[in-house]
Design a protein around this ligand. Structure first.
Ligand SMILES: Cc1cc2nc3c(=O)[nH]c(=O)nc-3n(C[C@H](O)[C@H](O)[C@H](O)COP(=O)(O)OP(=O)(O)OC[C@H]3O[C@@H](n4cnc5c(N)ncnc54)[C@H](O)[C@@H]3O)c2cc1C
Length: 397
């Protein structure tokens, strides 16, 4: 056998699995191999919003996330038609925003520093699970492993190899980066009539992350975001639109349209910037998570259905997968029949199930009056639900 554990994909899911394995079973370190098709620092389309739970998991690994360039959003605004509720967390930032090339490279350096090998520039082409091993075919040859972890993201190969016929639930996502100054300058120098007429839009500030749910009544079951970010120290804004596809059977505008309108209202012409898209596979309780000798983590299993939040979630899956692998190696038994149960019963599984339920309430109830009620008038209930069911699971993991 070449390796005990091969991890396919070096994003947050794969790297977290490796770091947690190193922590709970250091003797396995030389027998773990990560195969990553890119070279770090590699680009990854992502808004880079890190919740408190991602920070808790990283802190518990002994990592200081302040090492990575970041900006803080002090507030999170959930809006419907530019009016809604503001969330602050007492004595701390509401969201830390990183760039994924920097974050993943930093995490990969920590993995390498622990002694675990990452083979970069190796693309996995096929995986076959047999009774005594897993055969991993790559563009650079065949490797055998006792256990494989599929951490290759929403477009990865692992799920397609082991569950070729399973349904997948995938969100459509578009993202664009703009300078901050363009907006501020446009606002100050030549406010349009719309800007003057819409003081709440003009009042947007650069320390707030905005989530705008106005596309929902048009059957886009998601939101538009506008986050502060930075690139090489320069302040920028990251915008995007997320659609779970829960209302895919209804008539919908092109995904880019509501984003374009939103940006126009704030002084930006979307066509002047590079728009990129990438799917996010989201969690459903029906999703399968393992076959004998192969475990799935991160987007391969599924991210948060409400927002498409997946970094903290991938870090969380990594911790649970490491515990499962450690136990199975101790027992010499690799069926992983209990992995899904372990995930679902964990604090991570509970938040994912709660988020799946919430997404299936707030998006199908798409009427304008309901969205106004939800985001403007039910503030204490929304905050309570966010606090209990969406956030704060990392401490309990
Ligand atoms: C536009 C957009 C915005 C987002 N914004 C946020 C946000 O603000 N906050 C948040 O929490 N989440 C966000 N997400 C979701 C988040 O990016 C993902 O959930 C997260 O990256 C999942 O991590 P992962 O490790 O499972 O997969 P990935 O990060 O996708 O990592 C998979 C890795 O596997 C490698 N790989 C793929 N195929 C192969 C192969 N065949 N062989 C070898 N290697 C392979 C890839 O190169 C990659 O490095 C966003 C996603 C998108 C698309």
């Amino acid at each position: 056998m070449d390796h005990n554990v091969i991890i396919i994909g070096g994003g947050p899911g794969g790297l977290s699995t490796a770091l947690h394995l190193h922590r709970i079973a250091p003797h396995l370190t030389p027998r773990i191999l990560i195969l990553e098709k890119e070279h770090y620092p590699r680009p990854k389309l992502c808004a880079g919003g890190l919740t408190i739970d991602a920070e808790v998991i990283l802190e518990r690994l002994g990592l200081d996330i302040n090492d990575i360039p970041h900006v803080f959003a002090d507030n999170i605004h959930f809006d419907f038609e530019a009016n809604g509720l503001n969330i602050r967390i007492p004595n701390r930032h509401a969201l830390r925003v990183i760039r994924r090339d920097e974050f993943d490279n930093w995490l990969a350096e920590k993995v390498k520093g622990s002694g675990i090998e990452i083979r970069e520039g190796v693309t996995v082409k096929n995986i076959t699970s047999q009774s005594d091993k897993v055969i991993v075919e790559t563009d650079q040859g065949i490797i055998h492993a006792q256990i494989v972890v599929g951490a290759d993201g929403s477009n990865g190969i692992t799920r397609r190899c082991i569950f070729p016929k399973e349904p997948v639930y995938t969100a459509r996502v578009l993202e664009v980066l703009t300078p901050v100054l363009a907006r501020n300058a446009a606002m100050k120098q030549s406010p349009t009539m719309e800007e003057i007429a819409a003081p709440s839009l003009a009042a947007r500030n650069d320390k707030t992350a905005y989530f705008e749910f106005s596309p929902v009544p048009d059957n886009i079951a998601g939101y538009i975001w506008d986050f502060p970010t930075q690139i090489k120290g320069e302040s920028m804004r990251c915008w995007g639109i997320y659609d779970t596809n829960i209302l895919a059977n209804e008539k919908r505008p092109q995904l880019k349209e509501p984003l374009s309108q939103e940006m126009q209202g704030l002084g930006f012409d979307l066509d002047e910037y590079e728009l990129k898209g990438h799917p996010i596979r989201w969690f459903s309780p029906a999703n399968k998570m393992s076959v004998p000798r192969v475990l799935l983590v991160g987007d391969v299993v599924g991210a948060d259905p409400i927002f498409g939040e997946g970094i903290s979630i991938a870090l969380g899956y990594g911790k649970i997968a490491a515990q499962e692998i450690h136990k199975s190696i101790q027992r010499g038994e690799y069926s992983f029949g209990g992995f899904k149960r372990r995930v679902v019963r964990s604090a991570l599984g509970q938040t994912l199930i709660a988020r799946w339920v919430i997404a299936h309430i707030i998006y199908p109830l798409k009427w304008r009056w309901f969205q106004i009620l939800l985001w403007r008038f039910l503030k204490p209930i929304v905050i309570l639900i966010a606090w209990v069911f969406v956030l704060n699971w990392g401490k309990r993991l």
